[in-house]
Design a protein around this ligand. Structure first.
Ligand code: UTP
Ligand code: MG
Length: 607
């Protein structure tokens, strides 16, 4: 049976919010009967095993000395065979049931985590390393699977084996039975003491494993940077350092384990010797028959076995529980609500925007936008200009509610932004992010991604043409079916930028944001994109972030930022009249352009 994601995702919602055991129980939903069945199966198999020894005692004491010995032997033999079959069948059955339950739970947990992680806020992703998330979805989920498929059922098996053998022993001789389990409280206390230490050591180990996979993931993603700066050795050292730390923590974990095992072996070994001795004494003094003594010593072996393993399993269960807690911590993270907000939602936004004393910070008390106020009429083009780190990207990130502003008000078509559901805003607002990202799929699929359904090829091609990339794509041997390599490596920087632009244009958003989206495109192509946008946009509010004055000078409103403050606003002509950053930047850029023109001219003359 395979898990059916949809229905199961809902029922898992509370896993993280409840106690560890309740969460585990919830995870088993739909498989509980099978799981309890697997434990019962182990119990029956254990009973079968204990009965073998009782039958052995009966055979020696009663059958061997019986007058119709020959008639009883086949019956006893049949009994032995029957018990072996029962044992084998139930061990197999419970192994399969538990194993399958473990797989189902792991699949369910992975699906849930994947869905959950992509619904967490930008804030969560800002502070979490991708590699660590990957490690939790893989390694920790696997530890939970092992816990359910093996350790928890082992625990059940051990307890039933212990009880069954103890009961069998008790039937033989009550006093002897009690004398044979003196070590149980000592073993349990010791396991609990070790459980705590091993849990801590394992958590340390898993944390470091997460760090290591984050380092690995980052190095591999940035392998081009590493090579470009010939920093392989530095990266190698960094990796070796973290890897050594993982080895160290793994060693500590192993030391705890390897201290525990011999200690528990000594205790149970002493118990076994003690049992043999007492049993022998009782047989010599005639309290116990030889057959019973033979049954006793084999039963004792199977009584000590679960005691010895109880400790191990308690200690090993700590891994599953620690991993489950690590996974639960992600599940407990609040999702970013997509459907909140009360506003009645028009089909399309008009695009009037009012910022009133808006401030914003990513981290408490570190404002990146301070007291911003401006007014955009529907259909206007707004340009944002400012040095790097001045807060332009942060400002436009507020509009689709990637982050919520800290104070002040933003009104979109007269309604406070926080009253719009995030999903609606993200459907209405098209944003071309500053760092272009494409999936490793075909160009067509990448373009279609923004609309999430089938679209006419004509529309795809028109959007690509507006972004001045249609001809480029046709130039590829496979055209729109070209597969974009991981991180878009089969495309140039400018091509990638233009495809991400086309992807957003295809969506025909009612408000468009271009964050430095033509920085890697030559001036001529940029001009053609601008012309196409003007044609296509007609009446759609557009935000353009750019560094070139040429890209911003025709805007209806230019906003100039400096260190998180809006220092100037107006049209090109108005700003040129003011003494300020805009005029400075304009002068510098035109001076550079004139210089270049002069140099080109003199180079031409010299030829
Ligand atoms: P921005 O990313 O808004 O700057 O960061 P910008 O104007 O767009 O810069 P360029 O032109 O793209 O380079 C504004 C401030 O916010 C901080 C940055 O450190 C910067 O000081 N910041 C940005 C954060 O603290 N967290 C983030 O996730 C992003
Ligand atoms: Mg930026």
């Amino acid at each position: 049976m395979s898990a059916q994601p949809g229905s199961e995702l809902i029922s898992l919602k509370q896993v993280g919010a409840e106690s560890l055991w309740k969460g585990m129980w919830r995870l088993l939903e739909g498989r509980r009967l099978a799981y309890v069945g697997s434990m019962l199966g182990l119990g029956i198999a254990a009973l079968g095993r204990s009965s073998v020894y009782l039958l052995l005692g009966f055979f020696i004491d009663d059958v061997l000395s019986s007058p119709d010995f020959a008639a009883q032997v086949p019956l006893v033999a049949l009994g032995f065979i029957g018990l072996a079959v029962v044992q084998g069948f139930f061990t197999y059955l419970s192994g399969t049931l538990a194993g399958r339950t473990g797989e189902v739970v792991a699949e369910r947990l992975r699906n849930y985590l994947y869905d959950h992680i992509q619904r967490l806020s930008f804030n969560f992703h800002d502070r979490t390393k991708t590699g660590e998330l990957i490690q939790k979805v893989t390694s920790d989920v696997d530890a939970v699977r092992r816990f359910i498929a093996q350790e928890a059922t082992q625990f059940g098996r051990i307890v039933t084996l212990f009880l069954a053998n103890f009961a069998a022993l008790f039937l033989l001789d009550g006093e002897l039975a009690w004398l044979s389990v003196i070590c149980v409280p000592i073993t349990i206390l010791m396991s609990i003491w070790f459980f705590k230490r091993i849990s801590d050591a394992y958590e340390d180990f898993q944390n470091q494993d997460g760090v290591l996979s984050a380092v690995l993931q980052e190095n591999l993603s940035g392998v081009r940077v590493v090579k470009a700066f010939a920093r392989q050795e530095y990266e190698q050292n960094k990796f070796e350092k973290e890897n050594y730390e993982k080895y160290e923590r793994g060693r500590k974990l192993l030391i705890w384990h390897s201290t525990f095992w011999p200690l528990s072996d000594i205790i149970t070994g002493a118990q076994m010797l003690f049992g043999y001795y007492i049993g022998a004494q009782m047989t010599i003094s005639g309290q116990l028959s030889t057959g019973d003594y033979l049954s006793y010593i084999t039963l004792l072996v199977w009584l000590i076995w679960p005691i010895r393993n109880l400790g191990r399993v308690i200690v090993e269960m700590s891994r599953g529980l620690v991993s489950f807690e690590r996974v639960s911590r992600i599940i407990r993270e609040e999702r970013e609500p997509l459907e909140d907000g009360q506003a009645s939602l028009p089909e399309r936004l008009k695009g009037e925007l009012v910022f009133e004393n808006v401030s914003f910070e990513y981290e408490p008390n570190m404002p990146v936008l301070k007291d911003i106020s401006f007014h955009v009429q529907p259909g206007q083009t707004v340009a944002l200009l400012g040095s790097t780190g001045s807060g332009k990207t942060s400002l436009v990130s507020l509009l689709p509610r990637f982050y919520d502003y800290t104070s002040g008000r933003i009104l979109l078509d007269g309604v406070e932004l926080k009253d719009y559901p995030r999903r609606y805003l993200r459907e209405q607002i098209g944003i071309v992010l500053q760092e272009p990202f494409l999936f490793s799929r075909t160009i067509r699929e990448n373009l279609r991604y923004s609309v999430g359904r089938e679209v006419d090829n004509a529309d795809i091609e028109a959007a690509a043409a507006d972004a001045a990339v249609h001809d480029v794509v046709l130039g590829f041997p496979k055209g729109y079916e070209t597969i974009v390599g991981e991180k878009g490596v089969t495309l140039s920087g400018g091509q990638k930028q233009r495809i991400t632009l086309a992807r957003t244009l295809l969506k025909k958003p009612s408000l468009l944001i271009l964050d430095d989206s033509t920085s890697a495109v030559d001036t001529e192509t940029e001009a053609s994109i601008r012309a196409a946008l003007k044609r296509q946009l007609g009446g759609r509010t557009t935000f353009i972030i750019a560094h070139r004055i040429q890209s911003v000078m025709s805007a209806d409103l230019i906003l100039v930022f400096d260190k998180g403050r809006l220092v100037q606003q107006g049209t090109h002509a108005q700003l040129l009249e003011q003494d300020g950053i805009y005029r400075e930047v304009f002068n510098i850029q035109t001076m550079i352009e004139h210089e270049v023109e002069r140099e080109v001219a003199s180079a031409n003359q010299g030829q």
